[in-house]
Write a protein that binds this ligand. Structure first.
Ligand SMILES: C[S@@+](CC[C@H](N)C(=O)[O-])C[C@H]1O[C@@H](n2cnc3c(N)ncnc32)[C@H](O)[C@@H]1O
Length: 500
């Protein structure tokens, strides 16, 4: 989920391709009395600085930016609203590359001194720090002054220890700690260089650097010119369900947005930053969605150290490119293999969302004899080389393999349930209160992950049930034998299912 991964996802096409945002943050002029997505013409509080901002940008760009959009405020902070009726397919804004801030906007002398191995996000953060220090003398002052201050941002890296503990059950907890450590490391390398140019950067502390870093991850896009801040376009808020994205017209060196539907005057226009889970939105952008169809869960599986076949299983898995351990910021390893589980749409359908690799891993884990493991290896060699991708020949063994996944999920479901119950009651609309806002984000995140886990769990139990039923039993008898089978085989699952 690191920013670099998102940058690396840049795809190219011949002429025009979508920019992938690093993106996000909250506005200085927060207003809570508007509906989230669409404000009526009377509701939307158009920002009186809108005209001034566009005038400044037009001058900088040497061309028109948008005649269809105005800056205003919504519950998401600054937002763009249709200033005239917009038709689907219409180009609603064009920001030339020349008006964008990239890591190239830094003097050659400093560029030469920047360590080669710092990441692009850090480079752009350095540019932002320099522009900030220039104050009113900066050619970007109008834009830089409009950026949110650190206490207006809610990216997980700014959460206190207590706040982070609310999401301890989620993989985002460790990812946040790792990202904080990464930023600290970048700062420790860059700090000495920045100190050599006090007139350019001033006195930059770690928190200043973290702020600039988070502004970049939450607002910048990856364009053909590299990581770029795109004034005006970055006032667009995120709607995971809409199809409009920021595009790049490489030939004309312009970033643009095409409307994905009709908009009436005064409606808020939004784009999709990407197909991001709440964990990604929280880590890099500082917000969550109450319902996010891209939510996912990280499931870690490892061979238990007391398994008599530990050595043989590790060896076989290693040969097939498992395991993949990650090293955390504190040098500890997140042991186990990490699998991403997505929401499974139907308990009776295909189980899309549960990776085949995860099920394969469980089959290997469930093996209880050398012969079973050898037959998995032989089967892989005789087929496409991939280990344990086919259901085990014995239904009973296949069920046991999937039971491992059920138990793991059950454990996680329980953890999330407890964490959610421990969250303090929050008033969903009190968006000016930091504690309330962050608690709601923790709630959105945990609820989304819980929904994903429950859907995967339902699919797995349904799969096990379908394997356990003798074909000839009648419908009534079938239900009865399901229940008996589960009661005696997996009492923990049986009772959870009953409760659910
Ligand atoms: C690129 S900026 C968009 C403009 C921003 N509203 C501003 O005031 O500058 C991204 C930030 O907008 C806010 N935001 C965008 N989409 C949102 C959404 N769907 N829900 C809540 N906040 C959102 C978050 O604060 C996020 O960090």
């Amino acid at each position: 989920m690191r920013v670099g991964v998102r940058i690396a996802r840049l795809s190219t096409s011949l002429f025009r391709y979508p920019h992938f945002p690093l993106v996000s943050s909250t506005s200085r002029r927060f207003r809570c009395n508007l509906s989230p997505s669409a404000a009526s013409p009377e509701d939307c509080e158009l920002n009186e600085e809108s005209d001034e901002f566009l005038r400044w940008l037009r001058q900088k760009a040497g061309s028109e930016i948008s005649s269809a959009l105005s800056v205003g405020n919504s519950i998401y902070g600054r937002s763009l609203f249709a200033s005239k009726n917009i038709k689907s397919g219409e180009c609603i804004l064009k920001v030339p590359y020349i008006a964008q801030i990239t890591s190239e906007n830094i003097s050659g002398e400093i560029k030469l001194l920047l360590p080669r191995d710092i990441e692009n996000v850090s480079r752009l953060a350095v540019v932002l720090l320099a522009e900030k220090k220039h104050g009113e003398y900066s050619g970007w002052a109008t834009y830089v002054n409009s950026l949110p201050s650190v206490d207006e941002m809610h990216n997980a890296i700014f959460w206190s220890k207590d706040e982070l503990e609310m999401v301890q059950e989620s993989a985002i907890y460790q990812e946040t700690i790792n990202l904080q450590a990464h930023i600290k490391k970048e700062y420790s390398v860059l700090g000495p260089v920045l100190k050599q140019f006090p007139y350019v950067f001033g006195d930059v502390h770690l928190m200043d650097f973290m702020h600039a870093y988070a502004l970049v991850t939450s607002r910048a896009w990856d364009t053909s010119k590299g990581v770029s801040l795109i004034p005006f376009a970055d006032f667009l808020n995120h709607d995971g369900t809409c199809d409009a994205v920021l595009l790049s017209d490489v030939h004309n060196e312009i970033s643009e947005v095409i409307a994905d539907r009709d908009y009436a005057v005064g409606e808020q226009v939004m784009i999709r930053y990407g197909k991001f889970s709440n964990a990604t939105l929280l880590l890099d952008f500082g917000f969550t969605l109450p319902y996010n169809k891209y939510d996912q869960v990280q499931l870690l599986l490892d061979i238990p150290s007391h398994d008599p076949l530990y050595g043989m299983k590790s060896e076989i898995l290693k040969k097939h490119c498992w395991p993949r351990t990650t090293t955390n910021a504190d040098k500890s390893n997140t042991t186990g293999n990490s699998f991403i589980v997505k929401e499974v749409k139907s308990a009776n359908g295909k189980g899309k969302g549960i990776p085949q690799a995860l099920r394969a891993f469980a089959r290997v884990l469930s093996a209880t004899s050398v012969e079973e493991l050898q037959s998995l290896v032989t089967e892989a060699t005789e087929n496409d080389g991939r280990l344990a991708r086919r259901p085990l020949k014995s239904n009973e063994r296949e069920i046991q393999a999937h039971h491992i996944l059920c138990s793991r999920l059950l454990h996680m479901i329980h953890g999330h349930d407890v964490a959610l119950k421990e969250l303090k009651f929050v008033d969903a609309f009190d968006c000016n209160n930091q504690q309330s806002l962050r608690t709601r984000m923790a709630k959105d995140l945990l609820n989304g992950e819980l929904r994903v886990m429950k859907s995967a769990y339902a699919w797995l139990t349904n799969y096990c049930t379908s394997l356990s039923v003798p074909k000839e039993v009648s419908l009534h008898g079938k239900e009865f034998s399901y229940k008996l089978f589960f009661l005696f085989s997996f009492p923990d699952i049986y009772f959870i299912l009953r409760v659910a």
